[in-house]
Design a protein around this ligand. Structure first.
Ligand code: HEC
Length: 251
């Protein structure tokens, strides 16, 4: 049996050591608080670089997902697609919210230069139609062609300052009704993906969204009428397979 040395009435830690200990503890606590404050203040050194890095990652991810969804599922024998478009769109829209936040944080983008139009030929769309068109764009095209209209190369081409979007409306009406696939060069870059038919849009929606696209993103094209859409819908009735760039003479 060993005897514990009795401490008697003496304190466990002698007074002088105790006050040193108190000082050391206090100093340590102060150091931790200062360090914490310093680290949290130091966090925003280069928001622009962070934004660029984040956007690069998002872009790469979107591209991968987009490619997987557009290319992998392939087509059934009857020309229909195995993955519903809304799945692809929802997925990309989810990421868009992040991109939009980053873009908002970075401030407005510089205004792009307008495409040249013959003098006097331009008819400005009504504010009402532009508003309706923007709403349709926001629930249909935006997932792929992006809030800026610049798309997500190399999967989704830009519709900003491209000839097709401001050219004969018959073509984009056809893409919206039945879709488009095959190799196509837009802005010097070759795309070979697929634009699926856009679901849930009536003739007015199509006229509005194309008018909006033709007068946004630096584009200058005249409004599209409901009658123009009606005519194309009637002429292509019964067709379900997407148009190919080869059959439309697009390169
Ligand atoms: C699911 C993605 C997707 C959606 C949604 C979509 N597009 Fe597209 N769009 C594409 C792809 C991909 C191409 C290129 C197809 C190819 O490679 O042949 C394209 C091509 C185009 C083109 C011709 C090429 C160019 O860049 O000028 C136009 C115009 C266009 N889309 C307009 C629209 C409009 C307007 C909407 C909405 C009503 C829309 N798209 C919705 C994916 C999409």
């Amino acid at each position: 049996m060993s005897e514990q040395p009795s401490s008697g009435n003496r304190p466990l830690i002698p007074g002088q050591i105790a006050s040193w200990l108190r000082i050391v503890c206090f100093a340590a606590a102060a150091l931790i608080v200062t360090g914490y404050v310093y680290l949290s203040v130091r966090k925003a050194p280069n928001a622009e670089a962070d934004r660029r890095a984040a956007q690069k990652v998002l872009r790469a991810e979107n591209t991968k997902k987009g490619l997987a969804l557009i290319n992998e599922p392939g087509r059934n024998a009857d020309g229909t697609y195995r993955i519903p478009v809304k799945d692809a769109a929802a997925l990309i829209v989810a990421d868009n919210k992040v991109v939009a936040k980053l873009q908002a944080a970075a401030g407005p983008a510089p205004a792009p230069a307008g495409a040249p139009v013959a003098a006097g030929a331009f008819v400005k769309a009504s504010e009402e139609q532009m508003k309706r068109g923007a709403a349709v764009y926001g629930r249909t095209c935006i997932a792929c062609h992006q809030p800026t209209g610049k798309g997500l190369p190399p999967v989704f081409p830009s519709i900003s300052e491209t000839p097709i979007v401001v050219g004969n409306p018959e073509l984009p009406i056809k893409f919206i009704l039945q879709g488009l696939m095959g190799p196509i060069t837009v802005g010097g870059m070759t795309f070979n993906s697929m634009m699926p038919p856009v679901p849930g849009v009536n003739d007015q929606d199509i006229a509005d969204v194309l008018t909006y696209a033709r007068q946004s993103f630096g584009n200058k094209g005249n409004p599209v009428s409901v009658d123009q859409v009606k005519a194309v819908r009637a002429a292509t009735a019964g067709r379900t397979a997407p148009w190919t760039t080869a059959e439309l003479g697009l390169k």
